[in-house]
Design a protein around this ligand. Sequence first.
Ligand SMILES: Cc1cc2nc3c(=O)[nH]c(=O)nc-3n(C[C@H](O)[C@H](O)[C@H](O)COP(=O)(O)OP(=O)(O)OC[C@H]3O[C@@H](n4cnc5c(N)ncnc54)[C@H](O)[C@@H]3O)c2cc1C
Length: 406
Amino acid sequence: MHRNPDIAIVGGGLVGLSSALALQHPDRHICVIESSALQQQKSNGLDARSLALSYASVQIFKALGLWQELKKQASAIKTIHISSQGQWGVTRLRASDYDLEAMGYVIESSKLSAILLDHIQQSKLISLETGAEFESVDFAERVLLRYRRDKKRQKISAGLVLIADGAQSKARSSLGIEHRKIDYRQAAIITNVEVSQPVPGAAYERFTDHGPLAMLPLGRTAYACVWTHAPQSSERLMQLDDRQFIQSLQQCFGFRLGFIERIGQRYAFPLYRTEALTLIKNRCLLIGNAANTLHPVAGQGFNLALRDVACLNHLLAGRSIPALDENSIIRLLDEYETLRTAEQRSVASLGDGLVSLFSNDLPLLKQFRAGALALLDIIPPLKAEIAMSGMGFSFAGNPMLRGQMR
Ligand SMILES: Cc1cc2nc3c(=O)[nH]c(=O)nc-3n(C[C@H](O)[C@H](O)[C@H](O)COP(=O)(O)OP(=O)(O)OC[C@H]3O[C@@H](n4cnc5c(N)ncnc54)[C@H](O)[C@@H]3O)c2cc1C
């Protein structure tokens, strides 16, 4: 374990691991501290959890040389069909309308994590300390991080620290950074289903009186389902047996994919948004869920964090961290905050807007959203704007978006 890394990352979740790979450079040593054992998990078929990767994320993974490997495990989204339950308005977004092979891809989280972990373990520039529980942070010339591993206290000192220890971030609290929490009073039920008439490459977002329902292609006949409900009704749905649950889901989603024939394990998550009041303190920067935890309605949390790390990588290009004094690092992080705050807020507000527009059963709103979807379908520029922001194009200008490091 390197005791004086250039960059330390607290938290080895998807964001911490991706950040380490994105920031690695022959002149830098990076150290990741992760509290869990982080063993490679085998894919667990219909019980797996998955993520939608935006077009921008694919470009970033191309720049990191990981995409060919990830693509073998991912399912392409070629069309997105957006509808509102019981209403006539429908909108379709097609990759071909934007000359793209796919609008995004769906991948099992465990497969993504296994590939990231494998590359980290092969890298001579990154050390990963698992079973290492962050405890406290202090500032001197560098940042002093203390953690506990195997009941022993350890410390490292780093030039720059990324805080990626998730929504309940202990490191964020240790830095005295406050956060705002919005409780959506909703819960997401996540499960995978197998259907009788899959439509290759088709994803569905359906807005219902309870909340949004997304069905994302996952392999040949499986779909990853994220179904949002008020907490009480999600509890009721979680208590149903598989047959009853399939009946409710089928009733809500309809028969666009034929019959729902099989279902994997169900998980329920309470939904809330958190937003750190600042992204930086001294030589530390918050990233991923520690900075922003978003509603999964637009599938943007991980995608947004990847764009954040691509921005940081761009700002660090050609700079040696040991050569940067405290003021230069603070200036660089200030610049990062200025560059990223606007997009982070707009992605979070887009999620909030969709939740309140589409999770409400007021009759007037219902009429409005049906009209909005129909209008969206016949106004190409508006549709393009929504598609572009979902795919992460608001981020143009960064070389990683062209699949290149520099
Ligand atoms: C239902 C649902 C669906 C979603 N779908 C999508 C999607 O389609 N696309 C998308 O982009 N995003 C999606 N997201 C969001 C995405 O899952 C998150 O943005 C992403 O997983 C955040 O990763 P993270 O690494 O920041 O946090 P986490 O996954 O929480 O990882 C934090 C890590 O830090 C470690 N840790 C915690 N405390 C300590 C400590 N004290 N010391 C050391 N280590 C510590 C933890 O063990 C963990 O490994 C979805 C979210 C939900 C809930």
